[in-house]
Design a protein around this ligand. Structure first.
Ligand SMILES: O=C(CO)COP(=O)(O)O
Ligand SMILES: O=C[C@H](O)COP(=O)(O)O
Ligand SMILES: [Zn+2]
Ligand SMILES: [Zn+2]
Length: 338
């Protein structure tokens, strides 16, 4: 099946009240994990690549890997999405490389670090919507900066994200502004800031409503009942994945992620796309550490990449079931959407 635009998938998700995980990829094994999980659970999927991922994997490899995925799994609707595009140029080059959806993250300036003005954000996002829609490609925008309501800091941890201290106003998307932003830009989906951040270190204890503002999602959904909302930084950072890494020589400090039940609450209030990268990274790392510690004489990459692929696949299946996308691929086909 040819890749489909994000909008088609999220419209179906809204009509049928489910959410869709958007998993980040950098290589063949990660794409294989997602596709096997999709096949086993009959799930439509969103595969996304950051700018760093595109640089690491190279656009030509990535394009052909996605083509292979669509050939191998003709029954699975697949969206190929640019994660955190920093400029219209980045989004355009993604479109030229076969992506069916792009994120123009105009909440930050093109350096990916400096919080941008509302006007700048509208300007670049609108530009991307115009050129993307002309090519049947969907657009995700972002309003508000990801970062911690616990520390008040932006999240430059993994090279993308606001640097330094941010005000509460910057860390929480304003519902009234969100309504204006969607009307002015015409985005297909909107990423909102509610206290989540990328990476493993999101919360120092199990999050409560003051640091993970799910009520903000509900307030935004009230104003924008027909807009597809996106949650970034939504790995759950399960204890067992922290433990396995540490058991086999890793050093992950105790940390807490976004509980799956909170995401399920969000899905009831318009959240349709849920970004998950860290959990898969941790699953892969734990599996590789285990093999290399247990079998120090091993040096065939397949010996550790096969269990790594399995470990990521398990995370993907868990999220696909929890978010409700499992079982929806055949329904999309039955509805002639793909
Ligand atoms: O938001 C993400 C990618 O855009 C990923 O978030 P995590 O780091 O929580 O997996
Ligand atoms: O934006 C965050 C995603 O987890 C991708 O991370 P990355 O930029 O290190 O590829
Ligand atoms: Zn962002
Ligand atoms: Zn993100």
């Amino acid at each position: 099946m040819a890749l489909i635009p994000l909008r088609v998938l999220l419209d179906h998700a809204a009509e049928n009240s489910y959410g869709v995980a958007a998993f980040n990829v950098n290589n063949m094994e990660q794409i294989q994990s997602i596709m096997e999980a999709a096949q086993e659970t009959d799930s439509p999927v969103i595969v996304q690549a950051s700018r760093g991922a595109r640089k690491y994997s190279q656009d030509n490899y990535l394009r052909h890997l996605m083509l292979a995925a669509s050939e191998l799994y003709p029954n699975i609707p697949i969206v190929m999405h640019q994660d955190h595009g920093n400029s219209p140029e980045t989004c355009m080059s993604a479109i030229e490389n076969g992506f069916t959806s792009v994120m123009m993250d105009g909440s930050l300036e093109a350096d990916g670090k400096t919080p941008a003005s509302y006007e700048y954000n509208v300007d670049v996002t609108k530009k991307v919507v115009e050129m993307a829609h002309a090519k049947n490609v969907s657009v995700e925008g972002e309003l508000g900066c990801l970062g911690s309501l616990e520390s008040g800091m932006g999240e430059a941890e993994d090279g993308h994200g606001a640097e330094g201290e941010l005000s509460h106003d910057q860390l929480l998307t304003d519902p009234e502004e969100a309504e204006r932003f969607v009307a002015e830009t015409g985005v297909d989906a909107l990423a909102v800031a509610i206290g989540t951040s990328h990476g493993a270190y999101k919360f120092t204890k199990a999050p409560t409503g003051d640091v993970l503002a799910m009520d903000r999602i509900e307030a935004i959904h009230k104003r924008l009942p027909n807009c597809h909302l996106v949650m970034h930084g939504s790995s759950s950072v399960p204890q067992e994945l922290q433990d396995i890494i540490n058991q086999y020589g890793g050093e992950i400090k105790q940390t807490y992620g976004v509980p799956v039940e909170e995401i399920q609450r969000g899905i009831k209030s318009g959240v349709r796309k849920i970004n998950v990268d860290t959990d898969n990274r941790m699953a892969i790392t734990g599996a590789i550490r285990k093999i290399l510690m247990e079998k120090p004489s091993e040096f065939d990459p397949r010996a550790y990449l096969t269990p790594a692929r399995e470990a990521m696949k398990k995370v993907c299946i868990d999220r696909m079931v929890a978010f409700g996308q499992a079982g929806q691929a055949s329904k999309m086909r039955a509805a002639n959407l793909v």
